[in-house]
Design a protein around this ligand. Structure first.
Ligand code: MN
Length: 513
């Protein structure tokens, strides 16, 4: 089991009734235990599944669902109807549950024993019957849920539950996530703005402003010894490449970056925050040469890179939505091999079928996606209030397929937009010493970029090599937000129709507003 998920639980509830007698329920109980053990022993689902018994009446269902809803470890409920569990007995329980629900349409027995099957066998193996009844009440009540169909020993079914469990962990984490904005979002930018009250109500993330002046107090108090110790860690972790800044300025800038990292770390810890944003126009006092100057001497890009690597959500230019989304992406993909990052659409490369978009930020790209060991470099950065020699990790990212994601505020709802991209090797860019990726949006640059723009997507995104679209679809279902996905089958005509249809759906569906 992935250590990151070890304190979490999924509750398994088996639906039954007493019509078939107590003995039958006892057998079902034993079957359920075996099935739950099978899921836990399969090594695919990263969260422990806990068997909570059979529910045989409305009162029992309601009690279990209320317990699941208030339990601190429980991040979601898996239901399976062994028998015909008359589904009106699930109404009150489903009303009481506000956590993710997975309906597992499975059966203890795999193949029918043709020679021996009799009515007793049928009564013990009738989820084809019971799960359909349960499915109806969920549909009737508009319960958001995932339906997984397959035998419980099937790796495919277990993988689908694993996806859902990772997303449920991220959704539970989102409710505990506090994002600090060091400064506001950048003036005049529309896409990084939005309704933070609705954001918390719908997705759980709490977003607060944090005064840069208070951050600077932390910065001022970082000791030389602590900063030097962190610089030593940098030396061990990265290639040291001293360029045009010269050695003295290089180490000065790296040390100040270490101080900034320690200051941000300490604020996040003291404030209980797991995500943050920065704004390159707000780094403390404006005049770096003024007496008693208290401010970052450079954009804290190196700190952002390193904190992202540890799963701290990050958004540049005050982009709190992407910062929070990155945090969730990191949580759901913990332990996966290829990595994730905050990225930004920067420059187009028009080159026929290889037309692509260069992804970078000024500095803030997460080393988890690096194709090799990052180099620690210091170069002049002429953007933002500081315009100084600035430390950063430089690398290119791995080639291969991935998914970019963003969430935007459309006024009456949040829209999650995801897109398959193909990362390719860039040509060497000796005059652009920043971390970057280069990708072709799918199904092609023209359609992919066009669809993204039609959907109102951001130039910022949370990117991953590891997760499939199923993760984001589960995320949208759990949180009740819109999800549009752009992939190899997308056409602009079809996509435009989907956006129009969704507009009507979300206007009419008050429960999702
Ligand atoms: Mn940006």
């Amino acid at each position: 089991m992935t250590k990151a998920f070890e304190n979490l639980e999924l509750w398994w509830i088996t639906g039954a009734q007493l019509l078939y007698g107590g003995e039958t329920v006892k057998i079902v109980d034993a079957h359920s235990k075996t099935m739950v053990d099978g899921l836990n022993d399969g090594g695919i689902i990263p969260v422990n599944v806990v068997y909570k018994g059979t529910a045989n009446s409305s009162d029992e269902v309601e009690a279990l669902m209320k317990a699941a809803d208030s339990d601190g470890k429980c991040i979601g409920v898996i239901t399976w109807m062994h028998t015909f569990s008359p589904a009106k007995m699930w109404i009150k329980g489903l009303q009481a549950l506000h956590k993710p629900l997975l309906h597992f349409h499975t059966q203890y027995n795999a193949e029918i024993p043709w020679k021996d099957i009799d009515m007793d066998f049928m009564n013990l193996n009738q989820s084809a019957h019971g799960d359909i009844e349960f499915g109806h009440i969920c549909a009737r009540m508009r319960i958001r849920r995932k339906v997984v169909v397959g035998h419980w020993k099937s790796p495919e079914a277990q993988r689908s539950i694993a996806v859902w469990s990772r997303v449920a962990a991220a959704v539970a984490d989102a409710k505990k996530t506090r994002c600090l904005m060091f400064g506001m979002n950048m003036n005049n930018v529309s896409v990084t703005d939005g309704d933070r009250v609705e954001f918390e109500q719908r997705l759980g993330y709490h977003v607060d402003y944090y005064p840069v002046s208070s951050l600077m107090e932390y910065y001022r108090k970082v000791s030389e010894a602590d900063a030097e110790a962190l610089v030593e860690e940098y030396r061990k972790s990265y290639g040291v490449r001293i360029g045009e800044s010269g050695e003295k300025l290089y180490w000065e800038k790296v040390k100040n970056s270490a101080k900034a990292e320690l200051a941000i770390r300490r604020v996040l810890k003291d404030e209980g925050a797991t995500a943050f944003t920065t704004n390159f126009d707000d780094l403390g006092r404006a005049d770096i040469d003024a007496p008693g100057f208290l401010g970052f001497d450079q954009i804290p890009g190196l700190a952002s890179q390193r904190l992202m690597e540890e799963g701290i959500g990050f958004g540049a230019e005050g982009d709190w939505k992407t910062a929070c989304l990155y945090r969730s992406l990191w949580v759901m993909s913990q332990g996966m091999p290829e990595g994730c990052s905050f990225l930004e659409d920067y420059t187009i490369n028009f080159a026929g079928e290889r037309s692509s978009i260069l992804q970078s930020h000024m500095l803030e790209v997460c080393p988890l996606i690096a194709s090799g060991r990052p180099e620690l470099e210091v170069h002049f950065l002429g953007i933002g209030i500081r315009k100084q020699q600035t430390a950063r990790l430089v690398f290119t990212s791995k080639p291969g397929p991935g998914i970019k994601a963003t969430v935007v505020d459309l006024g009456n709802r949040f829209r999650l937009i995801t897109q398959e991209v193909e990362c390719i090797e860039p040509e060497p860019m000796p005059k652009l010493p920043v971390a970057s990726a280069l990708w072709i949006p799918q199904p092609s640059f023209e359609i992919g970029a066009g669809a993204w723009i039609l959907a109102g997507g951001t130039h910022h995104s949370a990117f991953s090599y590891d997760i499939s679209p199923e993760y984001w679809d589960d995320f949208a279902e759990m949180t009740g937000i819109e999800h549009v996905h752009i992939d190899r089958n997308t056409t602009l005509e079809g996509f435009r129709k989907e956006l129009r249809t969704n507009e009507v759906y979300y206007l009419l569906n008050k429960s999702l507003q």
